[in-house]
Write a protein that binds this ligand. Sequence first.
Ligand code: KIV
Ligand code: ZN
Length: 402
Amino acid sequence: TKKPVSLQCSYHGEYIPKHIQHPNYVRVFDTTLRDGEQSPGASMTPLQKLNIARQLAKLGVDIIEVGYPASNKADLETIKMIAHEVGNTTNDDGRGLVICALARCTKDDIDKAWECLRDAKYPRIHIFLATSEIHMKYKLKMSKEEVVEKAKSAVEYARSLGFDDIEFSPKTREVIKAGATTVNIADTVGYNYPREFGQLITDIKTNTPGIENVIISTHCHNDLGLATANTLEGAYSGARQVEVTINGIGERAGNASSEEVIMAIKCKEELFDGLYTGVTGIHIAATSKMVEEYTGMQVQPHKAIVGANVFSHESGIHQDGMLKNKSTYEIISPEDIGLHRPDEFGIILGKHSGRHALKSKLSQLGYKIDETKLNELFWRFKSIAEKKKVITDKDLIGLVSD
Ligand code: KIV
Ligand code: ZN
């Protein structure tokens, strides 16, 4: 049974994470409105962002990263509005929704984040600083010691303003000591391989003093098409927060896709030693559609979980299996993500389809066909199907009337 247990943070005694605290609970941190909106051409209006935040609350995510307040005045006002409204609602199961904003390690960024979020019931600041050797040398032009000091002071400053929920990207021992409550391990350029990323999380978990008092988070980009796999491997290795976006939108090749990560954890609960999220799934399809419509970023038809073809079957062999038992060729049913397909079996007739599917479709259209007639219609159907991508009901009616 999934019984919440309490997790007291020893660095700042009074702080107890407010959302579910079971050791197997994986927090879903949605960054569609921040990293997702950084996809070229994906910008949204304030009202669209508010609608998405409301929808994410319905979906059941734990944390919504609503934006980067220091980037421009319009975004700052939008973040404030969302923090005020959505930041004071709870999820269906009574979990408080955490509203998060991104900030660099500067006073001005942190002040702006506080200005936006102070109205939310559970505000979180996500402070980041690039710490790779290349970034320190060429981008920041700072020594390692200076970088560590800057990170530590930023966390201390955020605490002094009133933030008691602080995420820091990436992790350092000093930021944990200074009061960070989540440390985020970002694969910013999507270069990791699942086994490598899992090992990284294991090493951090094993070798970082104080890590047992904070949540380890993953933030994976998809440059090698491995964002979902890396995220899952991270959770399997001990991360308890996953940073994801709806439809996997985000910089370059995007971020780990929310629907893929959530459904994979759900389908493979046993493999993952009982890991679970607070998302039930039934609002996934509607959320995906909303993000597709608002951002104009079309979901490819074969996209896992939410693509238009995911519950369609064209080949005769698959259709025959589906007509006998749906679990032959579907591991998730449309209802699991809140879809109702018009055709109960997802049969799409085309040149790969077989007799069984044709007979079933004709019977749905009200035609009772015997085997001799079916044989004759089948060959005529095949010759039409070779010329057309998809056979419609109208084509079938024409076929029978001929
Ligand atoms: O990809 C990245 O490194 C980020 C950070 C702000 C976490 O988006
Ligand atoms: Zn990112």
